[in-house]
Design a binder for this molecule. Structure first.
Ligand SMILES: Cc1cc2nc3c(=O)[nH]c(=O)nc-3n(C[C@H](O)[C@H](O)[C@H](O)COP(=O)(O)OP(=O)(O)OC[C@H]3O[C@@H](n4cnc5c(N)ncnc54)[C@H](O)[C@@H]3O)c2cc1C
Ligand code: SF4
Length: 276
């Protein structure tokens, strides 16, 4: 496998068998496990902006840098602080976090499930305690990014080398026609995330243990003027923006209805903190 350091965005030209690499905390373990395959790795750290400038956060900024910045809204800072371990946050980038793959254990063990091109979701009939309670019909994986939920509540937009899009449109619920969970084209480079102003925001997270765990349920809430938005991690195959129906649309599986109780309590608590 070749490693190439990208020297300009225009000259990136990724071949169909190449993979983009930033901190590598996600890509490297998946390559080692044989879940990802590539003939060429393109290290994009030299060409993806890094740092925080007003409302714009470079996609190459590490989670540790965001966590320690006084310039980012509380929900985002807290989502970064509660993610992973200090070592991982020092290396892992914003783009890599938003584009991380599912933590579904069947998928990580390379079982031939729907997201690997097969025709079954092993989690639905098997072990699904940590899986999705919403939009879980085709694939019950639960989106693991705390950061994406915070950005969704904050109404962030994403800038790539080809377009600008609301963060919500970066993601898609996998289906039979298209099993991907993001809308990025092959080789499309995430460059920055733009944040509109927020008056107040919070992020609350329930985990299996107090530190270094993915969200069982994460709840972000943000208020700007009279508008409050709530978004959740760990409850659907994509970061989930709570609509007018609230959690009524949920379809929990036999082993994960407890997540709805947690989500209901955290949403209530997060909204109370916004008003407090
Ligand atoms: C043990 C462990 C615990 C974790 N716990 C949490 C947690 O609690 N909460 C949470 O939110 N996250 C958690 N994470 C995820 C962690 O935050 C990510 O692994 C990290 O942020 C990925 O960043 P990276 O730069 O290393 O990505 P990489 O591994 O380099 O890349 C990840 C993906 O993003 C793509 N990519 C990277 N940069 C770009 C770009 N600029 N444009 C387009 N594509 C790009 C890569 O091609 C790849 O598909 C955990 C990870 C581990 C390993
Ligand atoms: S939840 Fe999704 S990733 Fe996990 S086994 Fe089912 S189809 Fe595969």
């Amino acid at each position: 496998m070749k490693l190439r350091r990208a020297s300009s965005v225009a000259g990136l030209e990724p071949a169909s068998n190449s993979l983009l690499l930033a901190g590598g905390t996600e890509v490297v373990p998946l390559l080692r496990a044989g879940i990802l395959e590539a003939e060429e790795l393109i290290d994009v750290r030299g060409v993806v902006p890094r740092g925080i400038s007003g409302p714009s956060i470079g996609a190459g900024t590490t989670l540790a840098e965001i966590e320690s910045s006084p310039d980012v809204p509380d929900a985002l800072r807290e989502a970064c602080r509660l993610a992973a371990s200090p070592q991982l946050r020092n290396t892992g980038t914003l783009a890599g976090n938003l584009l991380q793959s599912t933590r579904c254990w069947y998928w990580r063990l390379n079982w031939p499930c729907r997201l690997h091109g097969g025709d079954a979701c092993f989690a639905r009939d098997g072990e699904h305690r940590e899986h999705a309670v919403l939009a879980n019909d085709y694939c019950a994986s639960a989106h693991p990014s705390d950061v994406a939920a915070a950005l969704l509540a904050l109404g962030a937009t994403v800038q790539t080398d080809r377009r600008s899009l609301p963060l919500a449109e970066l993601y898609r619920v996998p289906s039979e026609d298209d099993r991907r969970s993001t809308t990025l084209e092959h080789g499309e480079l995430l460059l920055s995330v733009e944040l509109p102003p927020a008056d107040r925001s919070v992020y609350l997270k329930a985990m299996e243990r107090k530190r270094w765990a993915f969200p069982l349920v994460g709840v972000a809430a943000a208020r700007s003027g009279d508008t409050a938005r709530v978004a959740l991690a760990g409850v659907a195959p994509v970061p989930w923006l709570l609509g007018p129906a609230g959690l009524e649309a949920a379809t929990p599986l036999p082993g994960n209805a407890y997540k709805l109780e947690i989500a209901t309590a955290l949403v209530k608590r997060a909204l109370a903190q916004l008003d407090g």
